[in-house]
Design a binder for this molecule. Sequence first.
Ligand code: S3P
Ligand code: PEP
Length: 450
Amino acid sequence: MRRSDAPVQHALTADPSSALSGEAVVPGDKSISHRALIFGALAGGQTEIQGLLEGEDVLATAEAMRALGARVVRDGEGRWRVDGVGLGALLEPEAPLDFGNAGTGVRLAMGVVAGHGITATFDGDASLRRRPMRRVIDPLLRMGAELVSSNDGKLPLVLRGTQDPIPIEYELPVPSAQVKSAVLLAGLNSPGTTTVIEPSPTRDHTERMARHFGAEVDVAEHGQGRRIVLTGRPELRGRPVDVPADPSSAAFPLVAALLVPGSQIVIRNVMTNPTRFGLVHTLREMGAEIGEENTREAGGETVTDLVVRHGRLRGIEVPAARAPSMIDEYPVLAVAAAFAEGETVMRGLSELRVKESDRLAAVSAGLAANGVEHRIEGDDLIVTGRGRVAGGGLVATEMDHRIAMSFLVMGLAAERPVTVDDGRMIATSFPGFVEMIRGLGGGIGQGSAA
Ligand SMILES: O=C(O)C1=C[C@@H](OP(=O)(O)O)[C@@H](O)[C@H](O)C1
Ligand SMILES: C=C(OP(=O)(O)O)C(=O)O
């Protein structure tokens, strides 16, 4: 039975594939793309961005930065120019800021607005309206912002910022780079130092980019995590930003090539930032052969060409401490685990419940629809792999791009086709995903086979 109301014309079906080969072109990193636009808007002068992810999530942030007064222009494919307004000089937007499906965009922009003497309305699609915003609002209120109205701590909400944000020390209650970044972005316009303590390291792109644009950010080890100290009111100057390929998007062709017999592919220019590379370590522990060639520095990050060959995988235990470094990759890891031999135990996945969908529930439903034995125990997901997957299932996307792409990858390697009921959300982070898979020789077509 269909579990969603998505019209059938948006369904996509992946067919069992012969060997994948060639080069996978993966778009620019989503986290860096959002931040490049935001820092570009906050800086004085011009920021030139190469390789920006032109996905719907990032385009919503571009639109929001325009509404806050920045000039944001597309110069060519992936080439964007931002003329910033300067820290402290953002304009009050005339209309609500609509972030579509993008948690990162809306939460980081709340931090930006909280640190300026302006009021803004934040909104998004049905998925974003379900996601928790208290985690960001709470520290921003401590910094002097005011919550004018909200839908019980969710979108749509109205936030009134302050031109003199109070410098605070904030210990993150959840390991979230979005919360960390919102506090740091609000702290940029604060007269003192803003400190964020994170229980375990989360992606550090805000810290790196703040430095790149001229801010002082000190980072020290703190127990299992980090203590980040930002000095307020720096002079932010527009800078060039070169966006590397997104490891979270590279995860899809990577896992597809591991699972489809005979495959060998190359994925170029993939960022290897250690706060983002947990999936590659995990797959290697499972027995995957993943080479790194031509490793180099580009735009303040290390990038590499990943060389991936099909091979057998075995089940392992993935510790909770690794979750932040691969938080968006669990749906596709669960797919890889379904094809492995033995149990893969993924621990500490509570944050998956508050993404674009409840990803634990959506992954579980997708595995069940395709005959994969698994169970959820508390916040852990345990998948019993048998080296093969029956497939033949219809998977509810639940407005979640990563669920759609993960189960299409499953269909390339399963015994029967796998259908996802709605492929439209893929455009939020990976426009061109279907063409990329086809370019490797994989078959994804429109419509339902289930
Ligand atoms: O800061 C970021 O760019 C992101 C942080 C993560 O979210 P959380 O901070 O909520 O874990 C991740 O899931 C999201 O795709 C991007
Ligand atoms: C969780 C994700 O994004 P966001 O929080 O920005 O919506 C994601 O891309 O998997």
